[in-house]
Design a protein around this ligand. Structure first.
Ligand SMILES: [Zn+2]
Length: 506
């Protein structure tokens, strides 16, 4: 099946942080999970290069716009490459093909009479790039997100009518209960749809914002940032010029953080509906990463987790695993260097040490060769099969945040079970007694086989470690497909004792 996974495109007025790293890693984990299930996945992430915020950053930098945008966009791209993110296309809204498709879509909606021009007086927050209602402001009359009083602005603008589609959207959400996941965010969107929707201002006069896509029907204006950014999800598939567009779009997934719920789950489906296009198949919404103890990360508190610093200390896999294993579905999730180190030590104890101990035993006592599975007793077999079935069951589920979280949990539990089995059977004692040779071989085989299954299952989360585990078990060219048949390790193959998977941290 052809599938399509997207992350939001990120603003260039700041540097990439752990939140960006997380969403893009999550997309990559989902891509690899789906690929293991035999699906053909197209995955995009990228940068949003228009709008007033970016414009101000360019003006402050004194650089030529294209130089600034290239440099800032490369910061994101380079980090994602470093994180092992296998994107198929890196979106940049400054791309001419994207701009052309934005204009085509604006023209189509304009021709349907759904865009009107009117004069508007309102309170404008530059941080949000949005007009605010008085009721949106805090007790000081400031934007609650930006803590700045919005400016009173009067200007003529173009507006897109949302209200005619409100009832349709409400029933769509109610009829498709797993469209927006987790379900609490669907309730939040339904809450926003209780009141009539105001016309959405979709233009900015060029006198105020020059960094954007020009309206095809009025050269004095650029389009509003969301009308440009959201279109990336279909311009990437070359919407309007691609006969196979539906094939991917009908199995599409938007990953977003909770702060951009409204544009994604209200403006975007209505824009698509006005174009006669179905909405995305699923939204996966996640919370924020906050500091340990539940405090917000900030420079002044010194608790900001820099993804590059983490990678330099403990490698990419440990960061990827931590983020997926510790994300909470219910709200925000906590991260700190200490928590990351705890997560790293957990992986080292749970998988790394076990792998090294058993490999060394094979090297020392079995001439480095994998023993035969014919010596396993019923209990050994039952343990291996239970773990294999557990992974097979997870990989047979529909992809979701829950499934991915369950996978991380399943890996830790399989590691725990293997460690408990290893400790209880004391192969280091068995090894000294020639009469117990068969039993020793059975315990070794069982442990190696569980490690093989863990190596397979962990691939989406920790691809480099997965490859190392499989190769250490004598599998020269590991294939990461979701086949969890048990007892596939071949006797007589040679194990490879390499470096530890998760060496002691400096
Ligand atoms: Zn604001």
């Amino acid at each position: 099946m052809e599938k399509y996974i997207t992350t939001p495109i990120y603003y260039l007025n700041g540097l990439p942080h752990i939140g960006h790293a997380y969403t893009s890693i999550l997309g990559d984990v989902m891509k690899k999970f789906e690929q293991m299930r035999g699906n053909d996945v197209y995955y995009t992430t990228g940068t949003d290069e228009h709008g007033q915020k970016n414009q101000h950053s360019i003006e402050d930098s004194g650089l030529a716009p294209e130089v600034f945008l290239q440099e800032r966009s490369d910061n994101f791209r380079n980090l994602f490459v470093k994180l092992g993110i296998d994107f198929d296309f890196f979106v940049r809204t400054s791309n001419p093909n994207h701009k052309k498709i934005v204009q085509e879509i604006l023209q189509k909606i304009f021709d349907k009479g759904l865009i009107i021009k009117k004069s508007y007086e309102g309170l404008y927050c530059e941080g949000c790039e949005q007009f605010k209602k008085k009721t949106d402001l805090d007790e000081n009359g400031c934007c609650p997100d930006h803590k700045v009083a919005p400016k009173a602005i009067s200007e003529e603008n173009y507006f897109f009518k949302l209200e005619p589609y409100r009832e349709w959207l409400v029933s769509y959400i109610k009829n498709n209960p797993d469209w927006i996941q987790p379900a609490k965010y669907a309730h939040e969107v339904l809450g926003m749809l209780k009141e009539p929707l105001e016309d959405l201002c979709i233009s900015r006069p060029k006198s105020r914002v020059w960094l954007g896509v020009e309206l095809p029907f009025d050269k004095d204006y650029v389009t509003y940032i969301w009308f440009d950014a959201l279109v990336n999800y279909i311009s990437t598939l070359n919407f309007g010029h691609n006969q196979d567009f539906d094939k991917r779009w009908q199995n599409s997934y938007h990953l977003i953080a909770k702060d951009i719920l409204k544009p994604h789950c209200i403006y975007w489906p209505i824009m698509l509906h006005a174009l006669g296009v179905d909405p995305v198949s699923h939204y996966f919404i996640h919370g924020y990463w906050i500091g340990e103890g539940g405090v917000k990360m900030s420079k002044s508190l010194g608790n900001v987790v820099d993804p590059v610093e983490v990678i330099d200390l403990m490698g990419v896999d440990a960061l990827r695993f931590y983020l997926i294993n510790n994300m909470t579905m219910s709200g925000d999730s906590q991260i700190s260097m200490d928590l990351l180190k705890q997560g790293y030590r957990m992986l080292a104890n749970n998988i790394g040490n076990l792998q090294m101990r058993v490999l060394k035993m094979v090297q020392k006592n079995l001439d480095g060769k994998i023993p035969s599975c014919s010596v396993l007793n019923a209990e050994d077999k039952a343990l291996v099969e239970k773990i294999a079935d557990g992974f097979a069951k997870i990989y047979s589920k529909e992809m979701s945040l829950e499934t991915i979280s369950e996978l991380a949990d399943g890996i830790v539990k399989a590691g725990d079970a293997a460690n408990a089995y290893f400790a209880a059977n004391e192969p280091w004692v068995l090894a000294k007694n020639p009469e117990k040779k068969e039993r020793f071989e059975a315990v070794v085989y069982t442990t190696l086989e569980i490690l093989r299954l863990i190596g397979l299952a962990i691939y989406p989360l920790a691809p480099t470690s997965a490859e190392k585990i499989e190769k250490s078990l004598g599998i020269a060219n590991p294939k990461f497909v979701a086949n969890f048949e048990a007892l596939l390790l071949k006797d007589g193959d040679s194990v490879v004792v390499g470096d530890p998977l998760f060496p002691m941290l400096a």
